[in-house]
Design a protein. Structure first.
Length: 395
């Protein structure tokens, strides 16, 4: 039988008692519905620590990745300001001498990332830098300045299958560019839908979405997904609304309300019938329905195709880096015969690397700096998220 949620400790006590009575581990584990590995773990804890070991243990991690105590971060910053010509290597050595044995000393890449975050690193790069504009979202002045993408809430069709409507609209003209009845939110069919859309309409300057799959990935580097990486490679900036703030995509959400009322109440008998309803709604919305915000014009009267045509992925090069390097299928890069994890969402992409300090390498994807690598630690130390909203050049 499985563990009873109401009294986990009681179940563990009964489990240990059966073993103390002389019953075999395999038989007792089978009776309790657990693996022998779990059984031996409980038994070993009991033998080492007694009854206290049978209580629930905290699942809080012992430490968080890249988290640095505030006191250590302040010491790094103060040291750099007092000795502006010192790099991360020398500052770390000073920490070792002062704090050895008292706290865990951060890696060189972590020290360098702290300095970078506080604006204490001089980057000798003779090209435009890009930074995020915080949480300020743009307002489209012309068609294709900004597209809005989302999944309208899923619902079941008459045959019991779930329909996930993928919708894309142009913010300036209110034109509905896409309304596809998909069977899931998987990336592959979404990428296919956007490929058809780019071939038909051209490329927008930016796309706004929420932070859910497949537009973003909770496990990807800076929450990037393969879809958003593809957009970036095409020269499309990404904008993300704040979690829990759908009003930041208000025009698109308002269109969703009308779409749901006119096409999904009640839903079609199957996905094909539902897609037919979507197609008829899109045609009417774009070409017949006057829009008050457009001075009673229709979206089709205001929309024009994008000037940038889709021509496949452009080449990416890094003339201001020491060299470029390919991310493997498992999300790693290989440097000096060492494997460093980056992110699987960047698999197949080329990154630029440049040594900025002794043993510390700056890693860039296109014109975005994504972090530093310390070859001794074999880790990528991330910096401020450059992918939060639309990115703009600064001199």
């Amino acid at each position: 039988m499985p563990w009873r949620e109401s009294s986990v400790m009681e179940e563990r006590l009964r489990f240990v008692a059966r073993l103390l009575d002389g019953e075999g581990m395999s038989d007792v584990c089978r009776q309790f519905g657990i693996s022998r590995k779990t059984g031996y773990k409980i038994w070993d804890r009991y033998r080492q620590e007694g009854l206290e070991a049978l209580c629930d243990r905290s699942r809080r991690p012992v430490r968080y990745a890249n988290q640095l105590p505030d006191q250590i971060e302040r010491l790094i910053v103060e040291t750099k300001r007092g000795k502006p010509h010192w790099g991360a290597r020398k500052i770390r050595e000073l920490l070792v001498r002062r704090l050895a044995g008292e706290v865990r000393i951060p890696a060189k890449s972590t020290v360098h990332a702290v300095l970078d975050r506080h604006g204490l690193v001089k980057r000798a790069r003779q090209r435009r830098r890009f930074k995020a504009e915080g949480t300020v979202l743009s307002q489209a002045a012309a068609p294709n300045d900004l597209w809005c993408a989302d999944f309208k809430g899923e619902f079941k069709t008459g045959d019991g299958r779930t329909c996930y409507p993928l919708t894309v609209s142009d913010q300036a003209s209110r034109m509905i560019l896409c309304c596809e009845a998909l069977e899931s939110t998987r990336e592959a069919p979404v990428i296919e839908a956007f490929l058809r859309l780019f071939q038909e309409r051209g490329l927008p300057a930016a796309i706004r979405s929420d932070n859910g799959l497949p537009f973003a990935s909770p496990n990807g580097l800076y929450n990037l997904s393969k879809l958003s990486v593809w957009w970036l490679r095409l020269g499309i900036a990404i904008e993300r609304i704040r979690p829990g703030h759908p009003q930041q995509n208000g025009r698109h959400e308002r269109m969703h309300r009308t779409l749901k009322a006119e096409t999904a109440r009640p839903p079609g008998m199957n996905v094909l019938q539902q897609q037919d309803r979507f197609d008829r709604f899109v045609s009417e919305f774009n070409e017949e329905r006057p829009h008050e915000a457009l001075a009673m014009k229709t979206p089709a009267e205001r929309y024009t195709p994008a000037s940038r045509a889709y021509c496949g992925l452009p080449d990416v090069d890094y003339p201001f880096h020491d060299r470029d390097i390919l991310v493997t299928a498992c999300g790693r890069i290989c440097m000096a015969r060492k494997k460093i994890n980056v992110s699987t969402v960047l698999a197949g992409q080329r990154l630029g690397i440049k040594e900025v300090d002794d043993g510390i390498w700056l890693v860039s994807f296109m014109h975005y700096d994504v972090g530093y690598i310390d070859l001794e630690q074999r880790t990528l130390q991330t910096i401020d998220n450059p992918f939060g909203t639309r990115l703009s050049p600064m001199s």
